[in-house]
Design a protein around this ligand. Structure first.
Ligand code: PGA
Length: 231
């Protein structure tokens, strides 16, 4: 089955609501990435979905106020970690930090979901393929671990805008990303919903979707997982 991964971002605003949302996911194959603060409660209560985190720190432990370590996540039963989401890069994460986080996640035996994607300016100037290739190579630079990873292609202009990318374009980008190491699975993210998910999943190069807004609507999210189970 192709993957469907929900990224809740900074939502919802209470643990009660987070539990309600997670319990409503009735599919075993779902992966949800709630805010850090809810992971503990969800790991005890939620049996159906697999847990992911939205970020992690690159250092293993120590004096890093406000940060969260891979071992802390593992202790809660977290399996996946989003690394280098464009919303974190916009807050100042550069390629070197993303690469370091990726290495830390791999070394810990967790599954990284590396996010890459160009801005509208890069797309308009026609340099998007080159830019994304560099982002992937910068993240994988010096990674000796050959384990296949998930790489989410998320063009910034498609995130939360209701303007998803063209599936054919995404297929081409996915092919390019896959060719870098030959083993990684490429996901698409950006304004996916139950209406358009099929158009991405039917592309052989696309291994799944990373879902933001639509993952906060449990009925819609469940329907997306049902659709994905046909691929
Ligand atoms: P979106 O977000 O589905 O709301 O566009 C996707 C993401 O940022 O991962």
């Amino acid at each position: 089955m192709k993957r469907v991964i929900g990224n809740w971002k900074m939502n919802p605003q209470s643990e009660e609501e987070a539990l309600r949302l997670a319990r409503a996911v009735d599919k075993k194959d779902a992966i949800i990435c709630p805010p850090f603060v809810y992971l503990s409660a969800l790991s005890k209560e939620v049996k159906n979905a697999t847990l992911g985190a939205q970020d992690v720190y690159n250092e293993k432990e120590g004096a890093f106020t406000g940060e969260v370590s891979v071992d802390e996540l593992k202790d809660l039963g977290v399996r996946y970690v989003i690394v280098g989401h464009s919303e974190r890069r916009a807050l100042g994460e550069d390629d070197a930090l993303v690469a370091s986080k990726l290495r830390t996640v791999l070394d810990a035996g967790l599954e990284p979901i590396l996010c890459v994607g160009e801005s509208a300016e890069k797309r308009d100037s026609g340099t998007h393929q080159e830019f994304v290739k560099q982002q992937v190579e910068a993240a994988l630079f010096q990674i000796e671990n050959k384990r296949a990873i998930l790489i989410a292609y998320e063009p910034i202009w498609a995130i939360g805008t209701n303007q998803p990318a063209n599936p054919k374009d995404v297929g081409e980008m996915a092919q390019m990303i896959k060719a870098i190491r030959g083993s990684d699975t490429v996901l698409y993210g950006g304004s996916t919903n139950k209406e358009n998910i099929g158009s991405f999943l039917e592309m052989p190069e696309i291994g799944g979707v990373l879902v933001g807004g639509s993952s906060l609507d449990s009925k819609e999210f469940n329907e997306m997982i049902t659709i994905a189970s046909n691929y």
